[in-house]
Design a protein around this ligand. Structure first.
Ligand code: NAP
Length: 270
């Protein structure tokens, strides 16, 4: 297995939602590979504790307390990384676990989820995608973008309408960017999976007295490691794929589709 050029000792990655669960697992794995990390989340105490954990690997760690739903979120991440040799961005934070039906929740709640999972994500992928392409054009060895999605992306589900819709958006954009940016030296992979043992999941299950062991939740360290290893062989990484030729869940089948449809677009648009 060849490691993506985005994973380089001494370079920097940022991880949204890096203060617990899957985000912290990403930061820990990247740090073990020698990468310095900027952890981004809202709660400062949790961020500080996570930073201490990641620092035990010997890398440099910075934190940024930020609500990704803030209108200036991308500008704040840019300011926090302007002096750093950034080669990887991990877009991890993105759960929505209210379990509410669409019309029963105030619209402002859904707007906040859309702001974080769609508008922030889109602006950040545009901004940092451009920055990584420019750095490759200037002689850098390569960059990477990791989008944490969900199998929720595969279709609408009751009590998860906005969540599944935003994850569908992220999957489409992630696959398109894989097609566009791979030839330009930036690896893109979208992680899809069913369920992971994170604090968010445990809190949600605790409301109904369900033990996490009953859910078959994946281990976050294994998900993070598999995704980082899969950078460079996207468009998706889905450890829960049904079979290698399943058109919905399989990386190989989705890659074939993205490549074929992207060729068609070249035919249309030149
Ligand atoms: N857990 C699962 O079973 C599961 C299944 C499929 C997909 N996923 C996906 O995996 C990713 C991680 O999920 P998760 O379960 O760990 O829960 P999550 O709530 O997406 O992630 C928790 C992390 O994100 C931070 N965060 C949440 N909202 C934020 C905001 N508005 N601004 C800044 N930071 C924010 C949290 O810290 P603060 O609260 O301090 O901000 C914490 O560090 C998500 O994209 C989710 O959709 C999870």
């Amino acid at each position: 297995m060849t490691q993506s050029a985005a994973i380089a000792p001494g370079k920097w990655a940022f991880v949204t939602g890096g203060s617990d669960g899957l985000g912290l697992a990403f930061a820990t794995d990247l740090a073990r590979r020698g990468m310095n990390c900027l952890l981004i989340a809202r709660n400062e105490d949790k961020l500080a504790r996570a930073a201490e954990t990641v620092r035990t690997t010997g890398v440099e760690v910075r934190t940024l307390s930020l609500d990704l739903g803030a209108p200036d979120a991308v500008a704040r991440i840019e300011a926090a990384t302007a002096d750093l040799p950034l080669t990887l961005a991990v877009f991890n934070a993105g759960a929505e676990a209210s379990g509410a039906q669409f019309v029963d929740q105030p619209y402002a709640t859904w707007a906040a989820t859309i702001q974080r999972n769609v508008l922030f994500l889109t602006e950040a992928l545009h901004h940092f995608g451009r920055r990584l392409v420019d750095s490759v054009d200037d002689g850098g060895s390569g960059g990477g973008l990791i989008v944490v999605g969900s199998e929720a992306a595969f279709g609408g589900v009751g009590q998860s309408g906005i969540y599944t819709a935003t994850k569908g958006f992220a999957l489409n954009l992630g696959e398109a960017l894989w097609a566009e940016l791979t030839p330009r030296g930036v690896d893109v992979v979208t992680l899809l999976f069913k369920i992971a043992d994170t604090p968010m999941l445990r809190e949600t299950l605790a409301r109904r007295g369900i033990p996490v062991e009953a859910t078959g939740a994946s281990d976050t360290a294994a998900l993070a490691r598999g995704t980082i290893d899969a950078l460079g062989s996207g468009p998706i990484y889905n450890p829960d794929e049904t079979s290698p030729d399943d058109p919905v869940t399989s990386n190989a089948a989705r890659r074939e589709r993205v490549l074929a449809k992207s060729e068609l677009m070249k035919f249309f648009y030149g």
